[in-house]
Structures are given as C-alpha cells and as structure tokens.
Design a protein around this ligand. Structure first.
Ligand code: GLY
Length: 345
C-alpha cells in the first residue's frame, strides 16, 4: 500500500520503519521532525515504574513493547541500557508510595525486590540516605534522540503531504488534526539535562516529600532529570518554578547534582487521552489510522505501536484497549466532520 505517516516523532518514525520493512511504500510528513515530545523524552523503558493504580493496561502493553526494544535498538545500532530501575522513597511517606507501587506491580505479575537503606547505598552509592527502595528488574532505558536520529538517517521526511496515499497514519502526538483534535490534550513536562562526573548507574525513579522525580543516566555522563506534569492550555515553556522543583527533589536524592553542569532545560506537551491509553488503529474515518496520545509512554510503546499499526494494515483486528473508536463511535465522526476531514486532505 501507499501509506502517508503524518508526524516524524518516535511513534511516526517507528511506524514508518515497520511499514517499510513489510513492503509498503511510505511517505513521512513533518515540517519539524523529531522536535516534539520525543525530543524532550528521557527514554525510560519502565512499564512497572511508570504504571499507577488504574493503569493496568499500560503495564500489559508496556511489558509487551519492552520485549520488542532489544531487536529494534539492535537493528538501529542504538545503545540500550539494561540496568534495573531503582524505585526510591526519600522519607517514610515516600517509601509507602514505593511499597504500594511494588504491591501493584507484584499483583500484576511484575517482579520487584525491596531494599532497605543500607542495601540502597550498596546498590547506588551516589544516592543520599533514603528510607528505602525497590529494584525493578528487566527495565531499561534508551536515548530517544539517538533512536530518532537513527530512524531519520534511514527514512526521508517531507514537509508537506503530497497526497495520493491509500492509507494515512496520523502520528502527530498532542496536536491531532480535525476531527480528532479533542481526543488529546497536552500535559506539560519540563525536563533537565545535566552532565556529571558521578552519575547514578541505574534509572532512579522516586518520590521526595511526595514530589515525583526521575534520573535517567546516559553512557556519557549525561543525566536526564524529569519531569514536571502539568495541565495547561498555553504553549509549553520551561518555568522557573518547574526547574526549582525538579532540582530540589533531584538534589535531595542525588547530592552530587550540585557539581553537575546544567546543559539543557526543555518543555514539551505529553499527548494525553481521557483514559491515559493511546489511540492506535482505525480512526472512524475510512483510510485513516491513528497512532497518537501515548501520554508518558511514547518511547516505551513505540515498537508495539508500530507492530499494531502494521498488523492492522495486514488485516488484524485493533487491540480493544487502544482502539481509537472507544472515543469516536456514535455521532462524533459522522456526517459533517467526516466530510471536513476528507476535504482537508
Ligand atoms: N515517561 C516519563 C515522563 O512522561 O515524564
């Protein structure tokens, strides 16, 4: 088939890559490739550390997608860091949060080992004295910019849709065209990058006085410190308050942050749906699929999304938990809006 993919973030690019591998003729359209949420993302491949109560489907999808990452990273020649995630509680209240997370993940079949404060220091000596932690085996991290760079070196991207496709895949993250615009909203994430001589060796995810924080180390001394999470209706910018909260929480866990060089602050919108699950598959308009709305999980879910979209084009049914038609059935996409979409194309 001739397929146009709208959006050259990590989702659009992995979808395009998979479709090309399966023999489709693919055009990727984006005036600013890899500059949205993928540019900000830390690249935690952490289905257990990033799942909350009520998000059990994300753990299932994330675990399935995590299993696809080693092959994708290997094919792209991108480093995959396979250190387990350390889920840290700074004080006694934060440790309760860790323990709740462990029982949630344990109850869902995931594996976690609780560590007392002495074991935490033995595991990650650069951390401060914390109340305790859990080690989540099997989680990984990847540099999303390296992934997008490797995909962009293989897949040309044009700035305008040339038209004439049999199928269009909309992968424009938090900015969906009509009639799907209202299905996603932006949840701002502010994120920092620092360079340090004594970075942590694990992905550290945790709470400091109730404030969620993560540290994701790269191989070159860079550490990604993230991320705020705010509902807003203005373009995402880095705020002084956001940076202050991130640095305060991160420094409490990792005192060596004081000596690190601050090299970047970035803000982007996470594309978020009403139920926190992505939109993958038939859009409700003939010839248009969606691959969007991945919220906190775009990097993790990229290879699974690519597989689901490609399988769907090969005739497989859409996974009901991510089927966009859970939002688009009924009157929303009927009549005038369908007509509008085809007129726009
Ligand atoms: N998955 C990390 C974040 O959304 O901040």
């Amino acid at each position: 088939m001739r397929v146009t993919v709208l959006g050259a973030g990590i989702i659009g690019l992995t979808v395009a890559d998979e479709l090309i591998r399966r023999g489709h003729t693919v055009t990727v359209v984006d005036p600013h490739p890899a500059s949205g949420a993928s540019y900000a993302a830390a690249g935690m491949l952490s289905p257990a550390a990033e799942v909350w109560h009520g998000e059990e489907e994300i753990l299932r999808l994330g675990t399935a997608s995590l299993a696809l990452w080693p092959a994708l990273a290997g094919r792209l020649g991108v480093e995959l860091r396979a250190d387990p995630t350390l889920l840290v509680g700074y004080d006694a209240g934060d440790l309760q949060q860790v323990e709740r997370q462990v029982s949630l993940v344990g109850g869902l079949g995931g594996g976690a080992t609780l560590l007392d404060r002495v074991a935490v220091r033995a595991c990650e000596p650069v951390l401060a004295r914390v109340a305790g932690a859990a080690l989540l085996a099997g989680e990984m991290s990847v540099d999303p910019r390296a992934v997008c760079g490797a995909l962009l070196s293989r897949i040309p991207v044009v700035s305008r849709d040339p038209g004439g496709a049999d199928v269009t895949v909309v992968a424009t993250g938090a900015r969906l065209p009509k009639p799907w615009t209202g299905l996603v909203r932006g949840v701002r994430g502010e994120i920092l990058r620092v360079r340090a001589d004594d970075p942590p060796t694990h992905t550290v995810r945790g709470w400091v006085g109730g404030e969620p924080i993560y540290l994701v180390p790269r191989g070159n001394g860079e550490v990604v410190v993230g991320a705020t999470s705010e509902e807003h209706s203005v373009p995402p910018v880095v705020t002084a308050g956001g940076v202050h909260r991130l640095l305060t929480a991160a420094r409490a866990l990792w005192p060596g942050l004081d000596r690190a060089e601050l090299i970047e602050s970035t803000a982007r919108d996470r594309p978020t749906t009403a139920d926190g699950r992505p939109l993958i598959g038939a859009s409700g308009v003939d010839g248009v699929l969606l691959a969007a709305g991945h919220f906190r999980h775009g990097v993790l879910l990229a290879p699974l999304t690519a597989r689901l979209v490609a399988d769907h084009l090969d005739g497989a049914p859409v996974d009901p938990s991510v089927d966009p038609r859970r939002f688009t059935t009924g009157c929303t996409l009927q009549g005038k809006e369908r007509h509008d979409h085809h007129a726009q194309r």
